[in-house]
Design a protein around this ligand. Structure first.
Ligand SMILES: [Zn+2]
Length: 63
């Protein structure tokens, strides 16, 4: 599979999601989240919020 320039982000920015206050559904501990913003050559921008538990229970969410 060949990676196309249209499918490869030209810029990726990862910032902490400071307004994320959800709790881990597995252990109830407050979760942390980072927001990943990908900018593509076509001008398309996608934002992905990935939440992970601060405790070592391994929970992770991509909503
Ligand atoms: Zn947890």
């Amino acid at each position: 599979m060949t990676a196309s320039v249209y499918n490869t982000p030209v810029r990726v920015t990862v910032t902490p999601a400071l307004d994320y206050f959800e709790k881990c559904p597995k252990c109830g501990y407050p979760a942390e989240a980072v927001s990943t913003v990908r900018t593509y050559a076509t001008g398309r921008v996608t934002t992905e919020l990935v939440a992970t538990c601060g405790m070592p229970c391994g929970w992770q969410s991509t909503t």
